[in-house]
Design a protein around this ligand. Sequence first.
Ligand code: IPM
Ligand code: MG
Length: 355
Amino acid sequence: MNYKIALIKGDGIGPEVVGEAVKVMDAIGRKFGHTFEYVDVLMGGCAIDAVGKSYPDGTAEQCRACDAVLLGAVGGPKWGHATDPDKRPETALLSIRKDLGLYANLRPAALRPALAESCPLKNDRGIDLMIVRELTGGVYFGKRDRYQTEDRGEEASDLMAYSEKEIERIGRRGFELARLRRKKLASVDKANVLETSRLWRQVMHRLAEAYPDVQYEDVLVDNAAMQLVRDPGQFDVVVTENMFGDILSDEASMITGSIGLLPSASIGDAAPGLYEPIHGSAPDIAGQDKANPIATILSVAMMFRYSFDLPAEAQAIETAVDAVLNEGWRTADIAKSGEEVVGTVKMGELIRAKL
Ligand code: IPM
Ligand code: MG
């Protein structure tokens, strides 16, 4: 098969980590008999510099003409202060999610065997969970307002809204993913306070009846934050709304002790899906061959699994990554003091050599 991949290399370390991931894709192509064609798509801070807006006209169309999108990282302090939405890198991220209908954001947080000791918590049963974050609704996309009041000064508001339909489609994703894993689903909400959460819970309970083989529980978001540090091993799949998922997925990534290893997928009902490392653009180390390319390389594995239904190819990448880590190779972010460190390109090379 030939696959067409949109590459949004983006800012900071984005181009370097995407560069290594592309070489891994090509190696997989040679091994399994696929070809990959790449289309560069300009988005993020680099697009602000080049054409004056972070989300240039036609970005979504360019991506839609491809089978999947691989994104490095967008943003950085250089573009951090603009108020004009066109000049903000975040605008591009939110727009592409909405325009491509990427309502399900899969953020696995797994402790890789070779790095079990980098977990800052006690983890008797290991950590292997997947946060399924709703990505195109809620307070991120609700009406925003800023206005003067008579007696309370200036006031601002952000509306959080969820429809039954939106909750149901992400809920189903949660149950379906749980079925493919350890068959446990935790739905995180704030139903003791928020009306959107009460609707969320009602829809989830209805769905739970259709998935009797999945062990289901409701968890309040504050308790979920606490349980994640108390005993992360208890979770398998965690499904939640957009902002809770934003916050909890950062927490979950930290407890694995290695944010440079974590991939993510954003998918909808139609192609293309978008795949990206969880980490940011790390401008402080950009262009220095210091970034860890593993999160982006594992994002390619997710692309093979979820967009192309190529589980053997995905597994080959994951096995190669674990083999390199087991041999003790480390980039700076995952090295303990005194350990020898390899750069971005060398890490990519080592992983390809295992394929
Ligand atoms: C993420 C990021 C984005 C989000 C920001 C940069 C808009 O934090 O992908 O988690 O909040 O969704
Ligand atoms: Mg975030």
